[in-house]
Design a binder for this molecule. Structure first.
Ligand code: XMP
Length: 517
């Protein structure tokens, strides 16, 4: 925890898929929350002195061989606890209640009736409210001291509480948006039950971080790999505010960026821009095209692009000489994901993770490691970074290299850049850019016959993709208005040479992924 705010909520992770979301929702209430594994020791919890603890959901059952339990001492600390889903069953089980396989599992939107309207968790919440359920076990009997505070048609204990000990539990997931008044319940927990005041604010984060960076760096030299994405941009501006020209940003234009993107990054961070820093743009386009010649396999492409990035960066770093600090744009989800869970590698994501070993430096600085993505954007706004950079949609490290199926050529890069620019422009004009999770054009390696004027064509098919997602782990294809798709199609086939067909990708994730490779 940083020392800039006093109030902390600990989210103890029992393997639930919404662990990060719970912390984000708490932070949206202006209270700082951190995710830790359920094995966090009691001494450590005492030392961290949280205002409250939240147990997440999890895939296990509290009474099977697979049960994962926390130390019973946690209930003796005098700290308020909210148990969610598995967390609620764990609380019931460990405090002497009974958990069983539910005769009817509940999954999805469910109406619950609040039985105890004056329960602190339900302040300002309707008598009947829609929540998100996802469970096969349920609490059959509440422990001594607890009262049932809400139920659903098939779940007798949808929520329970023991106000004297400040223990609260919900069988449903208040953190997901489908729980209509879930945010109010979390708010009630942190403010009414835990007594928080709300001291997690972005303006003080920015101010304090700049001061801390100044103190840490002193008169040292700092090196930053700037991609123009949100994280590295915000990290670079924080550093520039803190130590000005002691910072050098290296921006590698690998020729796989979106249309005009290299110039846009240079306009903001280069010598004509508003920030005090040293900016180096490396035009490595041809070098990348050479390396990618004849390569069609997606993982191989990713590997080449990642490795080449390291080589280019290394060469620049060598010219600069030894530095004291290397900046990494690590954000909190990276910290949680690398520290807590393990999941199968579907794609080897490229970021600057490989850099430390190739650059001579003393220490890594990660000024954003406590922030979620939306908080990074807000910090960027605090710092006055232009909205088009701060609100930028995610763009993969390997860039257009993985949006061109098959071999990457300069010609194909041009086609996908032009098509993507038209698509993005039209989506913005339609005013729906902020409501989509991610949208872009890609290039299939399919060529097909068409007719233009009186001539036969044999050209490429562009694929348009737009998805709605809250976490990028799962996504639904967005239902774009037909008029918009027709307009984009018309413009692309007319304006982009080499394209005679436009396809819309209707697949969700899973089974597809968001990017095409
Ligand atoms: P997928 O295609 O795996 O994408 O469904 C999920 C999200 O991750 C982004 N993505 C990447 N980001 N390096 C990145 O920094 C990568 O190699 C990479 N591959 C995919 C993708 O744009 C989407 O937001």
């Amino acid at each position: 925890m940083s020392d800039m705010q006093k109030e902390l909520i600990i989210v103890l992770d029992f393997g639930g898929q919404y662990n990060q979301l719970i912390a984000r929702r708490v932070r949206e209430c202006s209270v700082y929350a951190e995710v830790h594994p359920y094995t966090l020791s009691i001494d450590k919890i005492r030392e961290m002195n949280p205002k409250g603890i939240i147990f997440t959901g999890g895939p296990n059952s509290v009474y099977g061989d697979e049960a994962i339990l926390c130390s019973p001492e946690i209930f003796e600390l005098g700290i308020p606890i909210l148990g969610i889903c598995y967390g609620s069953q764990l609380m019931a089980h460990m405090l002497g209640g009974r958990v069983e396989t539910a005769p009817v599992s509940e999954y999805g939107h469910t109406e619950v009736k609040v039985d105890k309207r004056d329960d602190l968790l339900f302040h300002g919440v309707s008598k009947e409210t829609i929540v998100w359920m996802s469970h096969t076990d349920y609490i059959a009997q509440v422990p001594a001291g607890f009262e049932i505070t809400a139920h659903s048609e098939v779940c007798p204990v949808a929520a329970m509480s023991d106000p004297a000990r400040k223990f609260y539990a919900t069988q449903y997931h208040p953190e997901v948006v489908h729980s209509k008044e879930g945010q109010q319940m979390l708010r009630n927990f942190v403010y009414e039950v835990c007594g928080c005041q709300g001291d997690w604010k972005m303006d003080s984060f920015v101010k304090t971080t700049i001061e801390q960076l100044r103190e840490k760096i002193g008169d040292g030299k700092v090196l930053c790999a700037l991609s123009g994405g949100v994280d590295s941009s915000v990290a670079a501006v924080l550093l520039s505010r803190a130590v000005g020209k002691q910072l050098t940003c290296v921006f590698v234009d690998h020729g796989l960026l979106r249309k005009d993107e290299g110039d846009e990054v240079e306009a903001v961070f280069g010598p004509e821009g508003p920030y005090e820093l040293n900016f180096i743009r490396v035009n490595a386009q041809q070098r990348y095209y050479e390396k990618l010649k004849g390569v069609t396999e997606p993982e191989e492409k990713r590997k080449i692009i990642g490795e080449e990035f390291i080589r280019v960066f290394e060469e620049e770093a060598r010219k600069i000489g030894a530095v004291d600090f290397l900046v990494q744009g690590t954000i909190y989800p990276d910290v949680i994901e690398s520290g807590l869970g393990k999941s199968a590698v579907i794609k080897s994501h490229h970021n600057v993770g490989g850099l430390p070993s190739v650059v001579d430096f003393k220490e890594i600085v990660e000024p954003l490691r406590l922030l979620f993505k939306d908080e990074v954007r807000n910090a960027g706004r605090e710092l006055g970074i232009p909205e088009y950079l701060v609100a930028r949609q995610p763009f993969p490290g390997p860039g257009l290299g993985i949006r061109i199926i098959g071999e990457v050529t300069e010609e194909k890069v041009r086609i996908v850049q032009e098509a993507d620019a038209i698509y993005r422009k039209e989506i913005q004009k339609a005013g729906i850019d902020n409501s989509l999770g991610q949208y872009f054009a890609a290039l299939s390696n399919m060529r097909s016959v068409g007719v233009m004027g009186d001539f036969r064509t044999y050209d490429y098919a562009v694929v348009l993709r737009a998805v709605n997602t809250s976490d990028f782990m799962t996504a639904d294809a967005a239902q774009l208005p037909w008029d918009l798709l027709a307009k984009v199609t018309n413009r692309i086939v007319n304006e982009v040479k080499g394209v005679n067909r436009v396809l819309y990708d209707c697949t969700g994730k899973p089974p597809a992924t968001i990017e095409l490779e």
